[in-house]
Structure formats: structure tokens, C-alpha cells
Design a protein. Sequence first.
Length: 425
Amino acid sequence: MNKNKSGFISMTLVYTFLIIFLFLMLAILRTYNEKDKFLQTIDDQINEDISTNVKSKVTVINRILENNSPINEKDVSIRFFMIANSHFGNGNGLYYSENLDMVDENGDGASTRMYYFRGVTERNHIVFAGYCWRIVRTNEDGSLRIRFNGEYNSERGCLTTSEAINNHSITIGKTKFNTENSEFLNEDYLKYVIDRNSLSVSSDIKEILEEWYRENLIVEEHEGQRDYYSLKVADELYCNDTYKYIDSEDNIINEKYAVHNLVPELINKNNKNMNAYSNIRNNLTFKCSVSKEDNEKNTTLIDAYDIAGLGNHKLVYPIGLLTAQDVVLAGGYISSDDDEFQGGRSGMNNESFYLNTGFNYWTMSPYSIIDNVPKMTYVNSMGRLDAANVKDSNSNFYIIPVISLKSSVEIASGRGTAKDPYIVK
């Protein structure tokens, strides 16, 4: 009996130890699986972070910041209303603004830091859709405003500023801003989109720009596949502003349409003193004017500002021209107390300024309506702002397109120089 009882106890202990062992093994396996899942989760997160980080580093703005040392405009003494070039100085390279009064371009409170190239620089070349462009600045949403600079050559790269001087391949043609029309009012000639009899009529220059966009950026056949370049183009505001004109006696002249006697985007609309050089120095801004009804905040039918209600939905394609404020920020302006608001002293040139071309080309900023003469601003052959009577037969200037690339656009290669430009992926 005792022997059998002892054997029973021994077997019970064996089974007990076996059960305990199995439970321990199951616990170990469960712990291992949970640890493995935890490690896998960590590994997946690391891979995701690496992927996100790598992706962020190849976006256009990140690549620009890697290859440049941006300077806060507050840390240097930039005189915006003087030219910027290799001889004159006054700011050359990449700068940024954090002035909310200046950068809230769309009046929606969503301002961010704004970067812009200025003066002499060859670090702002980018290739998109088979063409070279010069990076001008960022927009409020982080997209990138770029100006056409001719066809891309894989062996040569892009044209430098000096190589582009008097090279008409960096334009898409010549035109008057608007052709004379007996039904037009003087203010109509300053409009990128003309409102006549409840209809929107395209200006001459808008028709040419949109035709070029359709033929070059909508679709391209490449190795049997279609590349939709336009999907990378941001729908930004293209300002063609007008303001109230108030003379020295507080008389409002043509409240809805008339403009100041200089760059309207740069002048406070309540400014009584028409000595623009002494009054616009503190009013430089990226903003379009506030009133959508009185001004042209040009966007497409489907635009990025639907929620804010800021766009006028009059563009077929998101393409325009430089504004006068773009040129001023870039260093293409000169002032003098004794000149008559005509872009500076005669004979003073700005050839090395990166937006200079050696010939006259249009901006989309009105200049004035004085004595029934409508004038638009343009960049002249000396590389600075000037004004022209759009009705004059001699006002047949060149067209250089401006578009904006989405902030998500990635860069495949390049360092932003003319010989090694950024290549859009």
C-alpha cells in the first residue's frame, strides 16, 4: 500500500511539474509574442519616421534651405526701394520675413514664414516640365512661386543671369497688355480679366499665357505614359490690384477702379501724399487688396481659397506674371528724390539682378491712371521697375510666365545652380 501510494505521489508531482512547465512555457511564448509585436511596432514606426524624414528632405523648400543660409530681413539693413546687385549690395541671396502684417497674403490669418531670393544669386534654378525656372519666393501656404527661364538642356543646364540677358528664349512672346478697344474704359486696360457687360473678358496677355499653359503643362507624352505636370502646380492668387485714388485734397477719384500713381500693391490706399518714395517704405506687403469686388484676386474655377472666399474664379489655368511687389522684394527697384516716379535715375542699371533680362517685360501690377492715360508697371531693360502707357503702340513688351509649385513637390536631384539645377521628381 505504502509503495503504491508513494508511486502515486511521485506521478502526481511529475504531472504537476509538467503542467507548471507548460504554463511557464505558454507564459514565455506569450511574453515573447507580445515583445515581438512591440518590437515590430517600434520597427514599423522607425521605418515610417525614416521614410517621412527622407521624403521631407527632398521637398523643394527643404532642399533650398539645405543649400542656402537664409537671413532674417530684420537682421540686415535692406533698403527695399533701392536696387540690389553685386556693385550696389543691399541684399543678395535668400531672405525671409516673419512680419505677419506683411506675409498674410490672403487675409485668412494663416501666415507662415515667407522666403524670397534677392539681388544677385545663382542658387535659385529649378527644372519643371522640361523647362528652366527661377525661384522667386514662397507663398503663404508654402508653395513656390517660379518664373520661366527657357528650355532645359541636360548638358548645359539652365541659363545664368548673364547668359539670359537679351536671350528671348526665356520668354514666350511679345504683346501689348490689352489691345485697344472702343468699348473699353481706361481702367479696363489695366485688367488681367476685364469685366464688361456682366461678362469676363481675357486680356491679350492672359490669353497667351493660358494657351501656353495648356500646351505645355496639361499633358505630356513620355515613353507611352502621360505625365500631368499641372497636378504639381498650386492654385495661387495672382494679384492685379487696383485701389481707391485719393488726391491731396481728400477727393476720391473713380473709387472703384482708379489706382495710385505708383505700384498700387505697395501703397496704403488712404495715403494722401503722392510722393510715393517717402510713403511706401513701411507698406511693403505680400497681401492682395482686401476687396474682392473691386480688385482682381485671380484664381481658377476650382481654387485653393474656396473656404476663405478669396478667389474670383476667373482663371482657366493658374498662371500669371510677376507683381511689382515681387520685383521690389527681389531687388529691382530704385528711388531718388528728384526723379518723377519713373524707376530711378537715368543711366543707373541693375544688370546683375537675377530678374533682369536686358529687355522690357510685363508685370501684372497697374501703375496709374493720370489724365486718362492707363499705365502698367514692367521690368525695363536696365533691370528695374518702370511704367508704360498700355495704349501706346510702343508698349509691346515680352511675356515671362509665372506659376507656383505645390509645397509637396519633391526634388530628384540638384543643388539649385544653373549647371546643377533642382530637378522636380
